[in-house]
Design a protein around this ligand. Sequence first.
Ligand code: DGP
Length: 114
Amino acid sequence: MSETLFDKIIRREIPADIVHEDEHVLGFRDINPQAPVHVLFIPKKPIATLNDLEHADMLLAGRLMKAAADFAKREGFDEAGYRVVMNTNRDGGQSVYHIHLHLLAGRQMTWPPG
Ligand code: DGP
């Protein structure tokens, strides 16, 4: 797959407000926040969309969720709650083709989402 700006964030070529990093996952604040807390958790391995996730990536997908849940606990909004979203392709509203888990928190979410 072709490079996205998230690869540049991983390599620190574009600045980002990084809140989490481990061997496999990077978490950083979204540049266009849709809630008081809006963090993106991405795998360091580039995978374009959820459709491209392979069996061997299953643990990696879980790592994104675990990093988000650990961040919620660390920041103290785990009990109040939050939402995680992975937009996929055109109808899902995906704009960056390197999978990312949106973590949104700090306000009441509505359903259905827009
Ligand atoms: P999506 O639309 O689901 O593909 O989400 C992509 C998100 O990426 C969007 O909410 C805005 C965010 N984003 C785009 N460019 C940058 C950037 O350069 N820095 C940061 N921190 N976030 C970005």
